[in-house]
Design a binder for this molecule. Structure first.
Ligand SMILES: [Zn+2]
Ligand SMILES: [Zn+2]
Length: 344
């Protein structure tokens, strides 16, 4: 049996014919296995969805109760059999509830990573290395220029600026699901105890994180606060809000943006960001290549980003590799729509 007989790449996601399911399909299907709740991976309208409880809950927050015909929750390390194919979910370390999905049949194991990172994150279960024959990896930051470095240093940079400009407000653009909560947790870890302010679009997701036992300290909504009261404070908002009228309610705001893309200076400048914070929920170049090597996979399928460089790296390290042309996986920092409700 060839790997393609178990999981076939299609333009709308990988499809398992014998198991009759798709992984992270970008169009409605009968049965979807979903790695995590980011909107390009987790779409509404499937007949049935199998995912972790957190992913199902976050999908419900975003899309409402009727987001799928039926749902089934699965825990990390748990397996189910679908049409004789064994499916197991493992932590991906990307955001709360994120999973890699291992698919096994005829002694062959294929792991679909979804999005992942192999560095510590106080807001989600750490990435687990799953040995496999075929590894389907993301490639969001798959260029050698991308080295994310230590996020604590980026947080220190932010706190230094807050100390230097006590009369100004600090606005931190951060993806609403995962990044915002991680930045808050990193601020707390660095000893920042003051209330942290939230844009309304990230309220429900952040409260959900707290309900799953992730301590984020005192959080307040910006809504209703007067301008002078926001001096010296830190506010998390969706990246798009940084350049909106919404930002005018803050006293002389210093705009920051927490993203792996902030490694590229021109990109920060172009977005009007004065305080770029290189903090990413994706593996960087070293993380991707180290993970690929450690899985022991001889065959690597690359999707979701800069496929070519990673395919080339694999080939030069004696691994078979190919890009998957799946249309519809987005760049999360650019496509944030909050928790689904437009509110200020
Ligand atoms: Zn993601
Ligand atoms: Zn993604």
């Amino acid at each position: 049996m060839r790997p393609e007989d178990i999981l076939a790449p299609t333009p709308s996601g990988v499809c398992c014919k014998p198991g009759a399911f798709h992984i992270d399909p970008t169009r409605p299907v009968k049965r979807a296995l979903v790695t995590h709740a980011h909107s390009d991976h987790a779409r509404a309208g499937h007949g049935a969805v199998l995912a972790t409880q957190e992913t199902l809950d976050l999908m419900r927050l975003r899309y409402g109760d009727g987001f799928a015909g039926a749902t089934q929750a699965i825990g990390y390390g748990e397996s189910v059999s679908l049409g004789g194919v064994k499916v197991t979910f493992h932590p991906a370390g990307h955001v709360l509830g994120s999973a890699q999905i291992a698919v096994e049949a005829n002694g062959l194991r294929i792991v679909a990573s979804g999005d992942y990172k192999n560095v510590p994150d106080p807001t989600c279960t750490p990435f687990e290395l799953v040995p496999c024959d075929v590894f389907i990896t993301e490639a969001t930051f798959a260029l050698p220029v991308f080295r994310h470095g230590n996020p604590d240093e980026q947080i220190a940079k932010l706190l230094h600026s807050v100390g230097v400009f006590p009369e100004r407000a600090h606005l931190v653009g951060a993806y609403s699901l995962g990044k915002a909560q991680r930045v808050i947790a990193l601020l707390r870890k660095a000893g920042y105890v003051a209330p942290i302010y939230l844009h309304g679009a990230m309220e429900r997701i952040t409260r959900y994180y707290e309900s799953r036992g992730i301590a984020l300290g005192e959080l307040r909504l910006v809504r209703g606060e007067k301008k002078p009261q926001l001096a010296g404070t830190v506010t998390l908002c969706p990246p798009s809000a940084l350049n909106e009228i919404w930002a005018r309610r803050f006293p002389e705001p210093v705009t920051a943006f927490a993203s792996g893309w902030m490694r590229v200076r021109a990109r920060a400048r172009q977005q009007g960001v004065v305080l770029p914070l290189v903090i990413s929920d994706h593996a960087d170049w070293n993380g991707l290549t180290a993970t690929i090597a450690a899985t022991g996979a001889g065959d690597v399928w690359v999707t979701h980003g800069q496929e070519d460089a990673l395919v080339h790296w694999c080939a030069s390290h004696g691994l078979q590799a190919r890009p998957l042309d799946i249309v519809g996986y987005g760049d999360e920092d650019e496509t944030d729509e909050g928790d689904g409700e437009a509110q200020a």
